[in-house]
Design a binder for this molecule. Structure first.
Ligand code: HEM
Length: 423
């Protein structure tokens, strides 16, 4: 399957001045790697004057991404300037005032409210049920026939985890990925039909969550995310846009990202069968490294965006007040100066945890440990069953420079002779 090869070899020269790396078709065709390699080498802080999303700066080297994230006063996340994705949030009816799209102090107050739900002690409590659910999903898979890994594994496992975190009614949990998918479509542009459809889903989500929120508020505090929010000073009494934003952030944050990592794992196993054989032989040592490497290479959120609050010299260029600054995590995660042979899935890579898939600084992902646990458990349970998941066709990729993932992934499953499921 030549198009899966993660190398920049054989590509034709690129005109850097006209280069627009946000084009959806590049992401759908999995064709973005050589362009970012070229930008890192020749124009690491580059300006794209014209695109579907308007003009924007691309930051492509690891240290530059970290430097931007470490200076939130100059590079703002606020929705008031357009928010955290390449598409301006003012241009959509549902503005999603999520705390990820706020600066401190309001961001910090809200972050503190939800952080306890994903503290290490809480995550430890989730580990047992998570392993049982993972095992049940894997044991129900057909052997020797083609099925869609996204639908059969990645979506059910991530949906179950989010339902647990919110204590969302179990028999309604299938609505969560649908709402999350629509809320995450922040780069559809100004298309009125798609935006109206998106609003319909987002408002349905908000209405159901509001009912549950009010129930939790009227009841004594409990450990789930909704109850924590309902009983807090920072989030107990939010306006509608902030409420919708908070729910959407936690849904999208926990759903699409982990889902696409679980699918990305399969692509990596197929590209690097020797590495997968090593993980299966020694999951106790290698499963966690394999999970981290998958998250690094997949980079499920390809970019975050900031807006310059003043004119600033950066990387030898002048970024002007009001300019969009796009941080390409997918590129930082392959920066040759930090990750040698960076396209290789190497579960033994020593500095893999330095990856930027969870961002950096004050907004660094709150769910990072939970995501790592979900993926590590999946790898351990696959290894324990001596399972090999083979791609049975080209994955159907999402045409988005934000959600870097898959609509569908046809696979077949084989169980090796060394089944260790009883061990
Ligand atoms: C592989 C899975 C995941 C990836 C790749 C991911 C990625 C990210 C990224 C890139 C950010 C922004 C960081 C920045 O601006 O510096 C973020 C923030 C956030 N993530 Fe995740 N995430 C994942 C899983 C989760 C999960 C499971 C949850 C919740 C249960 C979650 C909740 C959040 C929240 C609440 C924020 C906002 C933090 C803030 O603004 O202070 N994420 N995530």
């Amino acid at each position: 399957m030549a198009s899966l090869v993660e190398s920049s070899a054989g590509q034709s020269p690129v005109d850097l001045d006209a280069l627009d790396v946000a084009r959806a078709e590049l992401w759908q065709a999995n064709a973005w790697r050589p362009l970012f390699t070229r930008l890192r080498a020749d124009d690491p802080v580059s300006f794209c004057p014209e695109s579907f999303f308007g003009p924007y700066w691309s930051i492509t080297k690891y240290d530059d991404i970290v430097a931007v994230e470490a200076d939130p006063a100059t590079f703002s996340s606020s929705w008031e300037h357009g928010g955290i994705v390449i598409f301006d949030m003012h241009d959509t009816g549902v503005q999603l005032r999520m705390f990820i799209a706020m600066d401190d102090p309001e961001h910090g107050e809200k972050r503190k409210t939800v952080a306890p739900a994903v503290a290490p002690s809480e995550i430890a409590k989730l580990a047992g049920p998570l392993r049982e659910r993972t095992a049940a999903v894997l044991d129900a898979l057909p052997v020797g026939e083609t099925f869609d890994w996204v639908q059969r594994v990645s979506i059910p496992l991530t949906t179950a985890m989010i339902a647990t975190l919110f204590d969302f009614p179990w028999d309604e949990r299938d609505k969560l990925p649908e709402w999350s998918d629509w809320a995450a479509k922040i780069d559809i542009g100004p298309d009125p039909v798609l935006n109206a459809e998106r609003e319909r889903h987002v408002f349905a989500m908000a209405a159901r969550f509001k009912e549950l929120f009010d129930e939790r508020k009227a009841a004594p505090p409990r450990g789930d995310l909704l109850s924590m929010m309902a009983h807090s000073t920072a989030m107990g009494d939010m306006d509608e846009q902030r409420f919708i934003g908070a729910i959407a952030l936690l849904l999208v944050g926990g759903n699409d990202t982990t889902r696409n990592s679980m699918s990305g794992l399969i692509e990596r196993m197929n590209l690097f069968p020797d590495a997968w054989a090593a993980v299966k032989a020694d999951p106790a040592t290698l499963a966690s490294g394999a999970a981290t490497e998958t998250i690094r290479l997949q980079t499920p959120i390809a970019h975050m965006r900031r807006t310059a609050t003043r004119d600033v010299e950066f990387g030898g260029k002048t970024i002007h007040k009001g300019d969009k600054v796009v941080l390409w995590y997918n590129s930082g995660n392959r920066d040759e100066s930090v990750f040698p042979d960076g396209d290789r899935w190497d579960p033994t890579r020593e500095n893999s945890r330095r990856h930027l898939s969870f961002g950096y600084g004050i907004h660094r992902c709150l769910g990072a440990r939970l995501a790592e646990l979900q993926l590590t458990v999946l790898i351990e349970e696959l290894a324990r069953r001596d399972m090999d998941v083979k791609l049975a066709g080209e994955p159907d990729r999402i045409p988005s420079c934000f959600t870097n993932g898959y609509h569908h992934m046809p696979v077949t499953l084989a169980r090796g002779s060394g089944n260790r499921s009883d061990g």
